[in-house]
Design a protein around this ligand. Sequence first.
Ligand SMILES: Nc1ncnc2c1ncn2[C@@H]1O[C@H](COP(=O)(O)OP(=O)(O)OP(=O)(O)O)[C@@H](O)[C@H]1O
Length: 298
Amino acid sequence: MDPIAPSLARLQHVQVRYRDHTALHGIDLQVRAGQVLALLGRNGAGKSTAISVLLGLRRADAGQVQLLGGDPQQRDHRLGLGVMLQSTSLPPMLQVDELVAQASACYPDPLPLGDVLQRVGLQDLARRRYGQLSGGQQRCVQFAIAICGRPRVLFLDEPTTGLDIQARQAMWQAIRQLVAEGCGVLLTTHYLEEAEALAQRVVVLEQGRILADAPLSELRLADRPRRIRCRSTLAADEVQHWPGVQQVQRDGEHLQVLASPAEPVVARLLATDAQLRELEVQGAALADAFLDLTREAA
Ligand SMILES: Nc1ncnc2c1ncn2[C@@H]1O[C@H](COP(=O)(O)OP(=O)(O)OP(=O)(O)O)[C@@H](O)[C@H]1O
């Protein structure tokens, strides 16, 4: 990840209030070129509010907002944007190719229609009317519209909700291609494996405050215990007392051990039980870090 890649969208000390409720308490965040920033948080944490402010759909009550180096309200800056929000309605009688062509016409240098449909996996549905598509297929059309203008910065608010595995992977691939071409992406998602698959940097919001802002690798791995699973006859009570072991559970013929550091525990398991089989060691996931952070803040 390039820490000095150009900043494409930025909030500085931004505060937003809805009547008597403060949704953002002076937050800072930055979307850089060629990177995916995952904005994570529980329901109501303030993610959509932050996106609305960056897009100029809502004004900040305090702080500075920059989009492509200027004011999000300016038209020129909006032309460098791609946006897919949580809910969108499109004319149900228009065909997929007509909708994408219509959106492309707004931009100075759009991607060719065939390229957009191919990136999103919509070639076979090009002549289908929007109102005749499934919910997941409609999300793919919304994504096609978000990327058709060759955006410099792309905002994706829970883009893969309701998508099947193939469609989700097609969307991930399209996002990776855009990022490789230099696009900066702000992604919100409740699927933490999606953030792990795509993001270089993660911001965790909780009740309008930033709990963490770090490269994915730091957040996921920082001294977190690993999960060891194996088929073994060792008693859980015995393993529980070994140095580094935090938790042991028996699950039928399998032992599940949470340990940090994991390596000496793995070595001791192998040395103590010559019959041990099916050993798996799982690294700490972003989900563990997220749950720890939000639990501590509650
Ligand atoms: N128009 C509004 N009027 C009053 N309060 C609002 C309004 N929009 C959002 N809020 C409140 O602001 C807070 C942040 O909401 P926001 O929609 O930004 O959260 P979110 O992180 O996007 O949640 P989700 O994951 O559920 O989409 C919530 O407490 C919400 O109830």
